[in-house]
Every structure is written in structure tokens, then in C-alpha cells.
Design a binder for this molecule. Structure first.
Ligand code: DGY
Length: 330
């Protein structure tokens, strides 16, 4: 395959500069609408292409790869998470999959840090009180949150985003704890003064704020089950900018409602949007999956997609190839 004449099909509208560059380099079918493609239209678009520039929301499961035929050779995902793609099925059909790690890590970490501050300090409750005319002047006892400095932050999945959060959190006086399958590079661990917990259960019982930063895989689905959420102390908060499926959202909402957990800051949800109970709780801050939503991140994600396509088309190993069976790092 060579970049000349290679057919690329895009499934969502991308930043204009990315679309222009893609169209200049490859024979590209862009997506004109802000709405995602239907399942049928997605299969139809992929069927006529060498490369599918897909993104989260496109369900690329085994049935999809069975249906698209032999032409498709590369899925160049716009995004770091690939839990919407059956990598083993892609492999079995000879389709390479790439993602866009690292370029969004700093922006995602900013948003996680914003939530780590916003929930204990009741930022959104304060804004709402003002807007709703409930502010009657400063009071020694009104709108008291909890101090962030001196608290213990437990990061589940200390990869690129987790590390970027840890750097920020240290500047705010938090101590860093983490749970990974393996300890991280000792130099990084030392620089962050981070404590490794082999046992997630033990870490959950010990920390004040938990940040979810591992990828969603079959092994991490409901990693934070009701049982594990109940191990967290009642004054603890949960922050998640990774994937909603990692947390049992119904259990989380129940525990916050009953005062068994202090609150949560969420950017991602199990079923597309937050459940009804979460929406009604005052001590949660809910965002619409926008942790990587900066102009800079989205352009750099598009650039990674283009680099992966170009390298692949030129016969090289694309730099961000996702390997079946290995976790992606955000
Ligand atoms: C990703 O890249 O997977 C993010 O969730 C999108 O911002």
C-alpha cells in the first residue's frame, strides 16, 4: 500500500486543519455532520476504505469486522481509549489498530485536577448558590468544604495521565499513592514520592481521594465494584476521567446519597450519561466527557492519526499500534 490513492474514511467531524491535511494527503471521505454514523452507514463507509479513521462511539466489534470485507487494513482511532474496538477481532481480520496516546495526557490531567479541587471545595455548589440568589453574604459556617492540602491521593493506573495528575497534585500538597499491576519506573516513583500499593483494596481504605486512570478492558470492568467502593472511608471522594464502566455507577450514587462516600467528580459514565440519582446529588461535579476537549489536544490527536496512517501506508510500523492483549496507556 502507498499513501498515493489510499482511501481513508472518517467517521466524525474533525478539526478543520486536520480534515484539510488528511484530504491533501489521502483520498479522504470526510464526515459532514456532527451526528455519529448509524451502524449500517459505518459498515458501508468502512467497506469501501483502506483506512477507517474512527473514534469512540463507533462500535467496532467482531460482527463489524466480519461485515466490512477484506479491503480495510487499518483502523486509525482518533482517541487514546480503544474499548469500543475488538482488537482481537481486528487482528484476526488482518486489520491493524492505532490510537493517539500521550497528546491528550496533560489536558486530561488538568481536568482531573480541576475535579480534585472542585468536589471537596464545593465549587459548583457555590456557583449555583450565587446564580440561584442564595448568597446572603459571607458567613463563618456557610459553604464549608474540605481542605485539599495534606490529603492522600490514590491513583488507579499511574500511566501518562496518572503521572501528569500526580505532578499537579504534589504542587497542591497531596501525597501520591498508586495501584498498578506492577510498580512504575523507580526514578519516576522517587520523583513523585509515590507509594505503590499492590493491593487495590488496601489502598482504597487508606486514601482520601481516588482518581481512576486505568483503561477500560474486560479486566477493569467494575473494578470499583460496590464492595470496593465500600472500602473507601466515608470522607473520601472519587474522580474519574477515564471510562465510566470501570466504576459501578449505581453503587457509587447509592453510597454518596447515603453519606457513605463524600462525593465524586466524573467526566465519564457507564451508559453515555450520568444516572438519574447522580444528577440529583449536590456533592458531585458532572462533566460531559470533555477532559481532552481543548483545541490543542484535538488537533494533536488528529496529527497522530495522520502520522499513523502515513507510516502504515508507507510500509512502516505505525508508532501508536495497539497490540491485542496489552493494555493501552492513556
Ligand atoms: C480518549 O482519547 O479515549 C478520550 O476519552 C477522549 O477524550
Amino acid at each position: 500500500m502507498s499513501a498515493d490513492g489510499i482511501k481513508v474514511a472518517v467517521t466524525r467531524r474533525l478539526p478543520a486543519t486536520v480534515e484539510q491535511r488528511m484530504s491533501a494527503l489521502f483520498e479522504t471521505t470526510l464526515h459532514e455532520s456532527e451526528k455519529p454514523l448509524s451502524r449500517e452507514a459505518l459498515i458501508e463507509r468502512a467497506r469501501g476504505a483502506d483506512v477507517l479513521a474512527a473514534t469512540l462511539g463507533d462500535r467496532l466489534d467482531a460482527a463489524f469486522f466480519d461485515a466490512v470485507g477484506d479491503r480495510l487494513k487499518l483502523v486509525a482511532n482518533f482517541g487514546a481509549g480503544v474499548d469500543h474496538i475488538d482488537i482481537a477481532a481486528a487482528d484476526a481480520h488482518g486489520v491493524t489498530v492505532t490510537n493517539t496516546p500521550s497528546v491528550l495526557a496533560e489536558d486530561a490531567a488538568d481536568m482531573a485536577m480541576a475535579l480534585i479541587l472542585a468536589v471537596p471545595r464545593r465549587l459548583v455548589e457555590g456557583v449555583n448558590a450565587l446564580i440561584e440568589g442564595r448568597f446572603e453574604g459571607w458567613s463563618p459556617t456557610w459553604m464549608l468544604g474540605r481542605r485539599v492540602r495534606g490529603k492522600k491521593l490514590g491513583i488507579i493506573g499511574l500511566g501518562r495521565v496518572g503521572e501528569a495528575i500526580a505532578r499537579r497534585a504534589r504542587a497542591f500538597g497531596l501525597s501520591i499513592h498508586y495501584h498498578n499491576r506492577q510498580p512504575i519506573n523507580p526514578h519516576i516513583e522517587e520523583a513523585l514520592e509515590a507509594t505503590y500499593w499492590e493491593s487495590l483494596d488496601q489502598m482504597l481504605a487508606h486514601v482520601d481521594i481516588v482518581s481512576v486512570n486505568c483503561p477500560h478492558t474486560p479486566a477493569t470492568f467494575h473494578l470499583l465494584s460496590r464492595r470496593r467502593l465500600e472500602l473507601m472511608p466515608p470522607h473520601a471522594y472519587l474522580v474519574n476521567v477515564s471510562r465510566g464502566e470501570i466504576v459501578d455507577e449505581t453503587a457509587l450514587a447509592d453510597l454518596i446519597e447515603s453519606g457513605r462516600l463524600a462525593g465524586a467528580g466524573l467526566d465519564v459514565y457507564e451508559r453515555g450519561g450520568p444516572n438519574e440519582k447522580l444528577l440529583s446529588l449536590p456533592n458531585v461535579v458532572l462533566l460531559p466527557h470533555m477532559a481532552s476537549a481543548t483545541v490543542e489536544s484535538r488537533i494533536e490527536m488528529g496529527e497522530r492519526v495522520i502520522i499513523n496512517i502515513k507510516m502504515f501506508a508507507d510500509g512502516h510500523r505505525p508508532p501508536d499500534r495497539v497490540i491485542s492483549g496489552l493494555d493501552v496507556d492513556f
